[in-house]
Design a protein around this ligand. Sequence first.
Ligand code: NAD
Length: 252
Amino acid sequence: MFKFDNQVVIVTGSGSPKGIGKTIAKTFAKQNAAVVIADVNAVGVEEVVNEIKAAGGEAMGVVVNITSEESVNEMVKKVMDNYGRIDVLVNNAGISQKVTVADMTMSDMRKIFEVNMFGLFLCTQACMKVMREQKYGRIVNLSSVSGKRGGGVFGGAHYSASKAAVLAFSKNLSREISAEGITINSVCPGLINTEIWKSLPEEDAKKVIDSIPMGRPGETQEVANAILFLASKEASYITGEEIDINGGSHMD
Ligand SMILES: NC(=O)c1ccc[n+]([C@@H]2O[C@H](COP(=O)([O-])OP(=O)(O)OC[C@H]3O[C@@H](n4cnc5c(N)ncnc54)[C@H](O)[C@@H]3O)[C@@H](O)[C@H]2O)c1
């Protein structure tokens, strides 16, 4: 189950040293996928590629800015030149900012949507073309609990809105492409044990923990596990769906 032999998996935002994307990439590599480490952070890209290769996995790095159509098209061309196919796209790259609506500028709003929604659109559209020709593909998006309940611990209303937009976009697109062997689904993580969590003052951290029925933040591996399932051949009749990964902090 959940093997990815001969499959090519692009994970955007996987060059973050302690981020969710890196764990996702390593998880696919362990299941025999060739993994594309795609990130704007060139140093991070190199590090993650080296780590995967050192563990015996197959990986290539692509430095990409997902907000640029030209850069995204270049990424797809490089992957196609190297591997000749794209089976899975994990739209993981994302940014956040803690700011109230009263203090938010139009530039703040644009920056968040540029990456979290427009960048996701560009990557999806470019990879979809290849998947359509293959008559097979899996797209998994990183939304957030904030996109469902409006607000979490860190992001502002623009972040929540961008993550809600991802969910609506996925559902709509699933109606367009699912009959062609391509599924598109999302995951909605709650608070995950990344750098941002570790930066929280103890008092704030306690408040957050008290609001999570499981009494702890999630681990990056727990997000990666759900993504691996949605991206697998076995998840063949699931599309336009979302999986909550939040320790019970939001149930619907
Ligand atoms: N950490 C959490 O608790 C949490 C919770 C819910 C959802 N999420 C979502 O999960 C995803 C990963 O989060 P994370 O905490 O690992 O973040 P992170 O900041 O550690 O990693 C994000 C990566 O995206 C890359 N990136 C940003 N802009 C880019 C661009 N224009 N082009 C290419 N790459 C770009 C960054 O360089 C970075 O490596 C995000 O979409 C985030 O919104 C995170």
